[in-house]
Design a binder for this molecule. Sequence first.
Ligand code: ATP
Length: 136
Amino acid sequence: MATILLEIATPDKGEVYAKEINMLICRSVCGELGILPKHARLMTELLPHAMRIKEGGGETQLFVSGGFMEVTPEKITILADAAEAPDDIDVERARAAYKRAEERLAKKDSDIDIDRAEAALARAKARLLVKGVPIG
Ligand code: ATP
């Protein structure tokens, strides 16, 4: 089966993923994208979400908190603000972040930064999704 190299790096951790994969399904500002080997060149911004990586007949999920993705026919390069494999996600920390963001949004206070709270909620939701933890 044809493959394409997926490389993911973050400012905190450097390279967090580098592997030949069969397909990446990810969410960008332009919508959901399915990237196969020999994909046309593109550059886009990613949203916080659980990316799906198909490789060797299996599928894994990887949290990405947003960032930039460059695609060439041979390689996908992602520079993410943060990225974590399921084993690296601290569930209690994600639950606490989720609760904090929900409480901030529920207050509807004028001094609440709504965009920031919504972004924090989206990151926490995606982390819990990657861990398979039910939300709510
Ligand atoms: P928190 O409010 O808990 O810091 P956050 O969504 O604001 O969450 P980020 O800014 O996305 O955190 O990430 C900052 C750093 O902390 C990154 O290196 C990221 O990988 C790590 N990180 C954040 N939350 C978790 C988590 N639940 N499990 C493991 N690592 C995490």
